[in-house]
Design a protein around this ligand. Structure first.
Ligand SMILES: NC(=O)c1ccc[n+]([C@@H]2O[C@H](COP(=O)([O-])OP(=O)(O)OC[C@H]3O[C@@H](n4cnc5c(N)ncnc54)[C@H](OP(=O)(O)O)[C@@H]3O)[C@@H](O)[C@H]2O)c1
Length: 318
């Protein structure tokens, strides 16, 4: 099969479109003929930083049609359309994934949207609802709101009726963020995020902060209300993650870490993903796709996702 592989981590140009052996379908796996690949924020970080064995196939998320099932698999069948999550391997024509990490794609949802929903919306749900416990009378600050997790968090916060302060660089994506539910959008390149949040909340701060950036953690804490909750979920900003924990202790604030990898097999999380897929099929949620590339242009697609400030997901088609 063809796949986008790298030998050593680095810039997008390390990705090569190459012939590699087809993956084996293990007893608990399904083999998927991939039709849409979502480039996740974590894929960019892995390709940039994570050493692997030669011809490594990066990628967490894709959707397609099942072409084979393992001997132990009872709840999946050849021909079904599924969205899938795994720790690597999505940037390819074929993908062998544990059946437990697949979801049936509901009628009415396109495969690029299904591929792009699972990780970002499940993660955002865990941040906003499961850990965040966001209420209708509360204000949430969403860092990196124009990214995949951020856009999902904006929409899930809108569903809960909260006031949403979104952060994105530049002004070009602000109208769409407002359309998707943001009450205010802060341009992090021109405005000071902390003082803007304090101004918008009459000095109180946000009740909940969702932070997928990491390098913004200290600012997120400074923008958090007393007794507020900060959910830390990613390191898109790279660099130092050190924060001063004196302030959260003095202000009775709560820090939650979210790492979805081990949670995706849990029944409650699996059910949430099914519900989110249904909500997207019913157009109650929008999975925003910025641009589509052929898989053979994976290096260009990663370059675009990394530098062009997309709104939502960049997708590749094998
Ligand atoms: N823990 C988990 O289970 C989990 C699950 C999913 C994702 N993640 C992590 O969450 C992060 C975001 O994922 P994603 O898929 O949403 O990524 P994405 O779609 O690539 O978006 C990344 C966003 O990060 C923002 N950003 C980058 N550098 C920044 C900086 N220095 N300051 C402020 N914002 C910055 C960008 O905002 P601008 O557009 O404003 O520049 C961009 O919108 C990644 O680190 C990913 O690994 C973790």
């Amino acid at each position: 099969m063809k796949a986008a592989v790298y030998d050593n981590p680095g810039p997008p140009a390390v990705l090569k479109y190459a012939d590699v052996p087809d993956p084996a379908c293990g007893p608990d796996d399904v083999l998927i003929s991939v039709e849409a690949i979502s480039i996740e924020g974590g894929d960019l970080i892995n390709r940039r930083l994570t050493p692997q064995q030669p011809s490594w196939i990066v990628g967490y998320a894709a959707a397609g049609t099942i072409v084979a099932i393992g001997a132990n698999v009872r709840d999946r069948a050849v021909g079904e359309k599924v969205a899938a999550f795994d720790m690597q391997g999505s940037h390819a024509e074929l993908w062998a994934v544990p059946a437990v990490r697949t979801w049936l794609v509901p009628e009415g949802l396109e495969l690029p949207q299904a591929a792009s929903l699972t990780i970002s919306f499940a993660t955002a749900y865990h941040c906003v609802v499961t850990k965040g416990g966001l209420g209708a009378d509360e204000t949430v600050l969403i860092q990196a709101a124009a990214g995949g997790v951020g856009l999902a968090a904006v929409q899930l916060a809108r569903e809960r009726g909260a006031t949403i302060i979104a952060v994105a660089s530049g002004s070009q994506r602000q109208p769409r963020l407002i359309e998707l539910g943001a009450s205010h959008v802060i341009d992090r390149l021109k405005q000071d995020v902390v003082s803007e949040v304090l101004r918008l909340t009459d000095g109180k701060g946000a009740d909940l902060v969702v932070d997928p950036v990491g390098s913004t953690l200290q600012a997120s804490l400074a923008a958090l209300a007393a007794e507020g909750r900060l959910v830390f979920v990613g390191n898109a900003g790279g660099g130092d993650l050190a924060v001063d924990l004196w302030q959260p202790m003095q202000n009775n604030q709560t820090l939650h870490g979210v790492f979805m990898g081990p949670l995706f097999g849990q029944p409650a999380v699996k059910k949430t993903v099914d519900e989110l897929l249904d909500a997207a099929a019913a157009k109650r949620l929008e999975v925003v796709i910025d641009r589509v590339f052929p898989l053979r242009d994976a290096a260009k697609a990663h370059e675009y996702a990394e530098t062009a400030k997309p709104l939502g997901r960049v997708v590749m088609i094998p």
